[in-house]
Design a protein around this ligand. Sequence first.
Ligand SMILES: CC(C)(COP(=O)(O)OP(=O)(O)OC[C@H]1O[C@@H](n2cnc3c(N)ncnc32)[C@H](O)[C@@H]1OP(=O)(O)O)[C@@H](O)C(=O)NCCC(=O)NCCS
Length: 287
Amino acid sequence: MPISPAPLTQLPVRRLGSEDLLACADLSENRGWPREEHKWGLLLTAGTGHGMDDPHGPGLAAGSVVTSYGPGLAAIGMVLVAERYARQGLGRRLMQHVLAEAGDTPLTLYATPNGQPLYEQLGFTEISRSTMVRGHFTFTAPAPEAAVRPATAEDLPAVLRLDHEVFGLDRTHIIARLPAFADHLRVAEENGEIIGFAAAWPNMDTHVIGPLIARDPATAQALIASLAAATDRPLRTDIDVRHTSLLGWAKENGIDAVATNAVMVRSLPDLPGDWRRRFAPLTVAAG
Ligand SMILES: CC(C)(COP(=O)(O)OP(=O)(O)OC[C@H]1O[C@@H](n2cnc3c(N)ncnc32)[C@H](O)[C@@H]1OP(=O)(O)O)[C@@H](O)C(=O)NCCC(=O)NCCS
């Protein structure tokens, strides 16, 4: 007697690693997302991937990545179900597995309108929204004068200190990867003190700006303008909707809204750290 395949909702979930990078990129492409291999590469090495193999052929039926920031927080990203398995319970099954693995650890994610209903059912609540902006930087609206320069290895301890203070948790395992992952890493300085930093990393035909940490919107503008001068590519970044002045300035410079995502948390009233100085995440996929 032929053995009938297990129901889709009982498909085993397995860990994904760097060897799954191309299958992950295929999954993105299948869902109409860009392949983003450079980003997947970082997430699969700095974080933990979870996925389900396609029972009917090569490749993945579903995948996601969790980036851990210790017991205080983990970020979920790249939650994807192959189009051919849409709306058959795989997304829910994968998320339930990730939640069980996370245990008591508070969680955060950026939800697309597609994913938000599922996350709400699983106990996530919206605490803010984030605007994805994109465009060729026009240098129309000037940035304030500020001392911005490329970061050096000697800056790393000060960058890590500032990041810890603003992000609210230690993310050395992510920040220490930036010099290799990003094409440009800049710091803003005042009286010998680092008051902000930002990276620009390659993603498909764009440079993504993130993380972007700065003392105030003026410093954030100076960092963006400095990174914009270093590339001919369109820029992309994700800015919390509460940063209205930065969003307005970006729009004047040709970097305009293309989508809005919900910032959600679970088992946590709000994100740690200081949102006023946190202007953009490394990627919405890592919180
Ligand atoms: C979001 C996504 C992962 C959901 O996966 P899925 O396997 O299709 O979802 P499930 O079948 O497990 O559905 C779970 C619940 O989510 C909600 N849901 C799923 N797809 C939905 C849609 N297109 N519109 C509205 N609600 C939807 C429903 O409430 C559904 O429960 P129900 O079918 O009992 O009503 C999938 O649609 C996807 O990969 N989308 C593209 C990528 C994306 O946006 N990912 C989210 C990133 S944050």
